[in-house]
Design a protein around this ligand. Structure first.
Ligand code: EPU
Length: 347
């Protein structure tokens, strides 16, 4: 390791993406200390070429090789920055594993991230797609995002309000070549404000024998149990979680579809005049659950999760995804879009 980073040329990325598909990068840079970024971005290949920042590799699909350098931040610090009344400010480096961080907060008696337990990936990747599960999005707990700004070649601190967070979306997704997230500041609480309304959480707590008010760690345990049942473990079956976003449509479209499909789940959208549909339900109705073509397939437990049974290529997974989206379009007139970033091909 020289000066906080290590470079490997013509690197294999098979073990760096949770789909487990084969891919290579002309250069892989592991950055242990974010302070090395200004120096690294002085080199022409990083300064001028495309750079892909890799977190846990759990939200991307390599449909081809990485076109330029791949950068992975591995710094692992977690710091308590201060307390204001009940609010506790914590800063975690981009390289910290997301679930490890959630467990760290719970172990320190801090609440706010319990519903986000067991999401794959890193702290640095969490704000990019504004990870969310069981009625909570990470933006609810983010105070600020620290990043290296490639355009201005300096470090910045962006207040949460300036990050344009929305459902599975943020400023960092719109401008993927500009910021490299180096750390995230969270506002957590010592007093639980539990969110138990998402379908399945209360039932799981009851099944665990918890009838009164649960502790935050018990809510996390319920979430872990549900996720382990529904979502395949990427260590055993390659996948990237939900492959499609839930489509957000005008309320009139949702109502018209519900009139002909009364069983179709409909959720509140961002505004009063939009509704969120369940991509899993739409895909399930088209008969894809458990489908397999070669080694590319759809999970038998959850219609939204595409899987690699072993030797599928990224292009084969992408081809299956396109066929799924086309069938949903044909049958329901709804366009569904991938959630993971696709490298080496356009959707
Ligand atoms: N459903 C089906 N068939 C299925 C699975 C689900 O019809 O195979 C229907 C059910 O009616 C169910 C509804 O879809 O009530 C919603 O399913 P689920 O609660 O599993 O949630 P989801 O909308 O499919 C979202 C997130 C997940 C997150 C869960 C839990 C997106 C794209 N996905 O899935 O996030 O864990 O809610 O909050 O928003 C991820 O982003 O990678 C991810 C796994």
């Amino acid at each position: 390791m020289t000066a906080g980073y290590r470079i490997v040329e013509n690197a294999r990325l098979d073990a760096r993406n949770t789909f487990g598909v084969a891919a290579r990068a002309p250069m892989l840079v592991d950055v242990a200390d974010a302070a090395a970024l200004p120096e690294l971005f002085g080199y022409a290949m990083l300064r001028d070429g495309p750079v892909l920042v890799l977190g846990g590799g759990s939200n991307l699909l390599f449909a081809g090789d990485a076109p330029g350098a791949v950068l992975a931040l591995s710094s692992q610090r977690i710091e308590l920055l201060g307390e204001v009344g009940d609010a506790v400010i914590v800063r975690a480096d981009a390289g910290v594993g997301w679930h490890d961080f959630v467990l760290w907060t719970l172990g320190h008696g801090l609440c706010g991230l319990e519903n986000l337990a067991l999401i794959p990936g890193t702290v640095g990747a969490a704000p990019i797609q504004n990870i969310g599960a069981y009625g909570v999005e990470v933006r609810d707990a983010i105070r600020a995002v620290h990043a290296f700004d490639r355009r201005d070649r300096g470090f910045v601190r962006l207040d949460a309000g300036d990050c344009d967070f929305a459902y599975r979306d943020s400023l960092f997704k719109h401008d993927p070549d500009r910021y490299i997230v180096t750390a995230v500041e969270f506002v957590l609480s010592r007093t639980p404000d539990l969110r138990l309304e998402y379908a399945g959480i209360r039932e799981e707590l009851t099944a665990m024998g918890i009838d009164g008010t649960p502790r935050a760690s018990q809510v996390a345990e319920a979430v872990i149990r549900i996720r382990q049942r529904k979502l395949p473990d990427p260590a055993r079956l390659g996948n990237a979680g939900s492959f499609f976003k839930n489509p957000i449509v005008p309320m009139a479209i949702a109502e018209a579809l519900q009139a002909t499909h009364p069983a179709m789940p409909v959720f509140r959208g961002a505004g009063d005049d939009t509704r969120k549909l369940s991509a899993a339900w739409l895909i399930d109705q088209c008969g894809w659950k458990g489908h397999r073509h070669g080694d590319a397939g759809v999970s038998a437990e959850h219609a939204l999760v595409l899987v690699n049974h072993g030797q599928a290529t990224g292009l084969q997974v992408l081809d299956l995804a396109r066929r799924i989206a086309a069938s949903v379009q044909d049958r329901f007139g709804i366009a569904i879009e991938p959630e993971p970033r696709i490298i080496g091909a356009t959707w």
